[in-house]
Design a protein around this ligand. Structure first.
Ligand SMILES: Nc1ncnc2c1ncn2[C@@H]1O[C@H](COP(=O)(O)OP(=O)(O)OP(=O)(O)O)[C@@H](O)[C@H]1O
Ligand SMILES: [Mg+2]
Length: 216
């Protein structure tokens, strides 16, 4: 039966090929580290300011016209940092980009991983990033400041340094086949070495009257 299903999958899915590999789990608890939205779905279309909308659209267009870029010797944007206050549509923006690109969205909530698995977070993070790299997807590192915010807690500094190191290495050699988006409420709290490495910064702001009207 399983063989039959493998040969004749009932539904076409961009992840099908990559899914032959098991999703990364925490080594001890087997807790699944990544949340996967195979076909991202939005209940309502987001409304953003002109600046944010045009940046998000450009990210999508770059990948839809990959051939033209490559011919000109250019690569699409690989790493993006979304920052802004809570509830302005950062997570939603990542889902929108993934849907426009027809790619699965993989979400790693760093605050959840940090709180439960500190001590193993470095290896978990490396594991997740290696996995996401091997699949055409949009990877969202949500609540990135969970790493930065905890710096004041001296007991955890060693582990945090390791985490930041893992992240820096991965950001530097992220493949252009995938798109890594990180989201934070506090870009000012982030280690400068981290945010400098993102190729594109997107500042989400609270909606102004025009956006609220458009949304309504
Ligand atoms: N620009 C927007 N246009 C339309 N709806 C929005 C927008 N921003 C937020 N929303 C609504 O608010 C909800 C919360 O947004 P979202 O989770 O993307 O915020 P966030 O910026 O990721 O917040 P946090 O920093 O707390 O994670 C969305 O599911 C959506 O319903
Ligand atoms: Mg969010």
């Amino acid at each position: 039966m399983i063989d039959l299903l493998r040969k004749n999958p009932t539904r076409s899915s961009p992840l099908r090929k990559g899914m032959e590999k098991a999703l990364p789990t925490d080594t001890d608890s087997r807790f699944q580290l990544l949340r996967v939205e195979e076909m991202p779905f939005l209940q309502m279309e987001p409304v953003y300011s002109g600046q944010v909308q045009s940046t998000l659209s450009r990210l999508v267009e770059e990948r839809q016209n990959l051939g033209v870029l490559l011919e000109a010797g250019l690569e699409p944007t690989r790493t993006v940092l979304f920052s802004g206050p809570p509830g302005v549509g950062k997570t939603l923006g990542a889902r929108w980009v993934a849907r426009e690109l027809g790619l699965p969205l993989m979400i790693l909530d760093l605050s959840a991983v940090m709180s439960s698995y500190l001590g193993r977070t470095g290896s978990n993070l490396r594991h997740v990033l290696d996995y996401a790299k091997s699949i055409d997807c949009v990877l969202l590192l949500d609540e990135l400041d969970a790493i930065a915010k905890r710096r004041d807690d001296s007991g955890e500094i060693g582990e945090l340094k390791r985490l930041v190191t893992v992240l820096l290495q991965q950001l530097d050699d992220w493949p252009s086949s995938g798109l890594l988006i990180a989201a934070t409420n506090h870009s000012d709290l982030l280690d400068p070495a981290v945010w400098r490495r993102f190729e594109q910064l997107v500042d989400f702001e609270l909606p102004k009257e025009a956006e609220i009207r458009a949304f309504l």
